[in-house]
Design a protein around this ligand. Structure first.
Ligand code: MRU
Length: 383
């Protein structure tokens, strides 16, 4: 059974509550864009593609309900204005991942066109929105499968030495089924390597402060029976220095890739890229085209979200002696680990300069720098 973070059918949306994972698998119903906004802001759903899709589908669910109860304006322009306002609101939930803004812009263009059609009604405009939002859910999984295939081919050709046949991969944060509509980006490449029997071992970082690695990636790796080991973020250098465990590539996801290839991703990614360069290990970014932002020229223009201090000073989990096999749902608790009164800086992402990136794996293939040392990402959008 594949993990399904987002369940959607005919206007009914439910998401797995990622704040409770891996201890409790509980789905939350999302009926409105307000509920979608809160689920994204509170990180009940996270990961660049997943937040875009949940935002779109939360509004689709709201529109389905409004249509069923005859509460939607029959006027096409009024409905378009209603959708525009809701999209603007949804985009305000988290600033760094471009997928959310990209999805909103595409959906906005669709409703504007629909409202312009002669005799268009509010119902027609809403129906076009819902169709397009539902298509995004399907397309994201298809794109991730292609990313997995292209990435696995690139790794076997460029990262595995001639005297070996399998790859050991290190990944950061969570980029799997929980961060997307399904399968995943960087974790999708690991899945593809595993299913082609080219994966020797995967390592995942804990990913402090939010522990997307130890809570979510580890959960997915165990779920799929992929041979894997968890390390804390501070162990990565020691792992890359080990001669008996040769890491062949570090593969991460992205929240926004600028036109020049500079990449915003989970805090800690930049440090891993520096380590990879020092140790001669390939460093790859796996992301769909919806994560590439040609309008942002370099990483310096990307807004980095800063999150609450409590995410650094506290940690969530279940008590060590909780009986996870008992019928009772374990209680997820929060404990304080830092000295009271200490100042905290909590940037959720960092920027990895393009110079440290060997390739950007997309559903259109793997972009590499040209002889000029520059990524030509605009080429991916042609044809
Ligand atoms: O703060 P998060 O958990 O939303 O951050 C997620 C990441 O940084 C992922 O690497 C990125 O969104 C890619 S997910 C396919």
């Amino acid at each position: 059974m594949t993990l399904q973070a987002i369940q959607y059918s005919n206007g009914n949306l439910a998401i797995i509550d990622q704040l409770q994972l891996p201890h409790v698998e509980k789905y939350l119903t999302i009926r409105t864009s307000e509920e979608g906004w809160h689920a994204i802001k509170e990180m009940r759903v996270r990961g660049a593609p997943a937040i875009a899709i949940v935002a779109a589908l939360s509004l689709a669910s709201e529109l389905v309900t409004l249509m069923a109860s005859n509460e939607l304006s029959p006027n096409a322009v009024d409905t378009q204005a209603f959708i525009t306002e809701k999209l603007r609101y949804l985009v305000s939930s988290r600033p760094t991942a471009v997928n959310l803004g990209d999805a909103a812009a595409k959906l906005q263009a669709i409703v504007v066109e629909s409202a312009k059609l002669p005799e268009s009604t509010g119902h027609n405009v809403a129906a076009e929105f819902i169709k397009a939002a539902e298509a995004m859910l399907v397309k994201d999984v298809e794109d991730n499968k292609k990313i997995g295939e292209y990435g696995a081919i690139w790794v076997s050709r460029n990262a595995i030495p001639a005297n070996d046949s399998k790859a050991t991969i290190l990944t950061h944060c969570n980029t799997g089924s929980l961060a997307t509509s399904g399968y995943g980006t960087a974790l999708g490449v690991i899945r593809a390597l595993a299913s082609n029997n080219i994966l020797r071992h995967a390592y995942c970082t804990e990913t402090r402060p939010y522990n997307q690695g130890s809570r979510l990636t580890a959960f997915e790796l165990v779920h799929d029976c992929i041979p894997a080991t968890l390390i804390t973020d501070s162990m990565a250098a020691a792992l890359l220095a080990k001669t008996d465990t040769r890491v062949n590539a570090i593969i991460v996801g992205a929240d926004r890739v600028a036109a020049n290839g500079d990449t915003a991703n989970k805090i800690g990614t930049y440090g891993l890229a520096v380590l990879a360069r020092h140790h001669g290990v390939k460093f790859l970014v796996a992301a769909p085209l919806t994560t590439i932002d040609l309008a942002t020229k370099t990483g310096a223009e990307i807004i980095i979200e800063e999150r609450p201090a409590s995410e650094v000073t506290m940690i969530r989990g279940i008590c060590e002696n909780s009986n996870v096999d008992s019928c009772e749902t374990p209680q997820v608790q929060t404990v304080c680990t830092a000295a009271k009164g200490i100042n905290v800086w909590n940037p959720a992402f960092d920027i990895t300069p393009r110079t440290l990136i060997d390739g950007i794996i997309t559903e259109k293939g793997v972009a590499e720098k040209g002889p000029d040392g520059v990524f030509h990402l605009e080429d991916l959008f042609r044809g």
